[in-house]
Design a protein around this ligand. Sequence first.
Ligand code: 5GP
Length: 140
Amino acid sequence: MTDSIFSKIIRGEVPAHKIYEDDFVISILDIGPLSEGHALVIPKEPAATIDTLSDEFAAAVGRVLPRITRAIQKVTGATAVNILQNNGADAGQAVDHVHFHIIPKFTGRNPGTGLMIDWTPGSLSQDEALELGKQIKRLL
Ligand code: 5GP
């Protein structure tokens, strides 16, 4: 449980540009956008990280992500989006309340804005995949 800036926004104690709200979820424009239309989708449950979020609130986020993405793309003309969830400080999470970023990308306009990803693929051996998969499946 956490009482972050997002809990204060959810309770209406701190102002934000709200673009969507239902009983489970709020969506606001990010105060420091990486590109035009950068928004956050935040479950109202005060879970710090996604591994502690209930199925109910996780499902509620999943239900609205496509709809909010469509609206942002339509309004901004974004040709693509990155959906990002920084989970834990080591992954760059700054606010300890689960949130998903919707970060628009633009072709031919606003070049260089949006999420820049440094993605360096490794490799996965058959043995490694089998063992890892087995261990993870046991917990699910
Ligand atoms: P994180 O690194 O935790 O995934 O990202 C936190 C995000 O929340 C950042 O993009 C930051 O700009 C945004 N943010 C932090 N405080 C506020 C706030 O008070 N209002 C709004 N609208 N966004 C915030």
